[in-house]
Design a protein around this ligand. Structure first.
Ligand SMILES: Nc1ncnc2c1ncn2[C@@H]1O[C@H](COP(=O)(O)OP(=O)(O)O)[C@@H](O)[C@H]1O
Ligand SMILES: [Mg+2]
Length: 254
């Protein structure tokens, strides 16, 4: 059964990391809600390790990139097609890049410059890629994970406010708190989980989640959690809230 498989993967991932249960659940829920998730926090707190380990178990095309302030659009979206240019068209060769990815991890995501940002925002929000200046193309992206050691320059109200807002779930990641857990962490072998959730299985979980009825209690609970900003922020538009709740109910049933 699919739910059992999701639970098995979750258990395996939790076996590789200490004190990261909430983040692991959050990432699975984000994948079921076809959303975007942010991990923000101290360097060396296993943000990259969790994002990459879990994402690679989600089947489909995987894309991962570390941004710098000078990252060029081709690093994420592919080089310009010379053939198309010969015909006076402006197109990118997107093979192996973000527009063709099912699962993506963008490290140091707030280093994003405006040349990248303009194309990234519709990818995150509407799951479309602007192939040229006017035609949006639907993309297969199921889940995008953004990572950062620091808040965007200018804070969350600056130029990158829109990017900040595109992350449906945001987690602050801290170092391992419990001393015994820290000791266990030092002994963990960085084993690889064996369970793979195929793209079809993920899409079937998304369909199952759509059928879930969310009760008033669930909504109340979620709104209460939304008020604990350290753990959980919801998009200011609350646009993705129903999908996240449904995904969360489905994951809880597993
Ligand atoms: N809570 C944890 N449980 C297991 N390993 C951890 C944990 N925190 C850190 N590590 C180890 O530290 C390494 C560095 O983490 P990394 O993913 O590079 O951190 P970040 O991306 O947050 O800077 C990981 O590969 C992992 O082996
Ligand atoms: Mg990292």
């Amino acid at each position: 059964m699919l739910n059992k498989k999701l639970l098995k993967l979750e258990t395996e991932i939790n076996g590789c990391f200490m004190e990261r249960e909430e983040i692991v659940r959050g990432l699975l829920v984000t994948a079921i809600a076809r959303g975007n998730m942010l991990m923000l926090g101290a360097p060396g707190a296993a943000k990259t390790a969790i994002a990459e380990t879990l994402s690679r178990q989600l089947g489909g095309n995987f894309f991962s990139r570390l941004l710098t302030k000078v990252s060029a659009p081709e690093e994420l979206f592919g080089p310009l097609s010379l053939k198309a240019l010969e015909n006076d068209q402006y197109k990118r060769v997107t093979k192996g890049k973000l527009p063709e990815a099912d699962v993506a991890v963008i490290d140091e995501v707030f280093k994003c410059n405006s040349a990248v940002l303009n194309t990234l925002l519709p990818i995150m929000n509407e799951r479309v890629y602007f192939d040229d200046s006017s035609t949006p193309k639907p993309i297969p992206l199921q889940v995008l994970v953004g990572l950062s050691n620091e808040l965007p320059d200018g804070g969350v109200n600056g130029e990158l406010a829109a990017l900040w807002d595109r992350f449906d779930l945001k987690y602050i990641v801290d170092y391992v708190k419990d001393e015994r857990n820290f000791a266990t962490m030092l002994k963990l072998s960085n084993g690889k989980p064996s369970t793979i959730i195929s793209l079809q299985e993920l899409q079937s979980a998304q369909q199952q989640a759509e059928q879930v009825n969310i009760s008033d209690d669930t909504i109340g609970e979620a709104l209460e959690r939304a008020e604990k900003p350290r753990l959980y922020y919801f998009r200011s538009s609350f646009q993705k809230l129903p999908a996240l709740l449904k995904g969360s109910c489905l994951a809880r049933r597993a």
